[in-house]
Design a protein around this ligand. Structure first.
Ligand code: URA
Length: 232
């Protein structure tokens, strides 16, 4: 059991003061009854709580997918730049959301935003080997040396990379699959072959593919099944 005002403020953008005012205005119902005090105890799994005509469904955590556009940094706050959190709809703003993993400012594509630290840790931990798949365009022709080099483990300044897959899909385009996530990894890997990455888009995490109807800048919640596929 927990206080009604505490529960509502944990699930919405209403402050406790807002809730007090809404109670006064008879806008808060528990199991169909108008509530007279905002500090009564409720069971969020059993009681039906309605505020201004809208049922408040308890969610411990939220899991959002974003199709990241260029120009946004993968952080919760930044002094100079727009962050991926700026793209999250206001209804989630009361939560302590953060991006699970990073994409460079000029990289686009699939990003997970959540307030579940354990989940984020689990999908990012190097020993979990969750693969990340990227569409890449470089400034020179793709070649078989790159394919072999990626497979054997490119040597970067911070050590040898794990074996990665590069599939050539066009003159200067390819699909890269990584099982680790180092700083500027793909850019640095192609740099070892004298190539510059000109476009980079993450299209998959684990077995979950960026939905084709999720446009750049769009955010939506994962379904349970979709979230499972990230980890499988
Ligand atoms: N590799 C990069 O170089 N940049 C990214 O954003 C992701 C992978």
């Amino acid at each position: 059991m927990e206080r009604l005002d505490k529960f509502i403020s944990s699930q919405t953008n209403y402050s406790r003061k807002d809730i007090k005012d809404l109670v006064k205005k008879k806008q808060v119902l528990v199991n169909g009854e108008v509530v007279l005090k905002s500090d009564i105890k409720v069971d969020n799994l059993v009681d039906k709580i309605v505020v201004c005509g809208e049922e408040i469904i308890f969610k411990k955590y939220v899991y959002l997918m974003l199709n990241k556009p260029k120009g946004y940094v993968s952080a919760s706050f930044d002094k100079n730049d727009k962050t991926v959190i700026d793209l999250v709809p206001d209804i989630y703003k009361h939560r302590n959301l953060f991006p699970a993993g990073r994409l460079d400012k000029d990289t686009t594509g699939l990003m997970i935003i959540t307030d579940d630290g354990e989940f984020a840790h689990n999908i990012l931990a190097p020993n979990k080997h969750i693969s990340k798949t990227y569409n890449v365009t470089i400034d020179i022709d793709m070649n078989e040396d790159m394919v072999l080099g990626f497979k054997n483990g490119v040597n970067l300044s911070d050590g040898e990379c794990k074996s990665a897959s590069l599939e050539i899909t066009g003159k200067n385009t390819g699909i890269v699959i990584l099982t680790e996530g180092r700083y500027h990894q793909i850019k640095r890997m192609f740099g070892c072959f004298g190539a510059k990455v000109v476009e980079l888009e993450r299209i998959k995490m684990g077995n979950f593919t960026l939905p084709s109807d999720l446009k750049q800048g769009d955010v939506r919640e994962f379904t349970k099944e979709e979230l499972e596929s990230v980890r499988s």
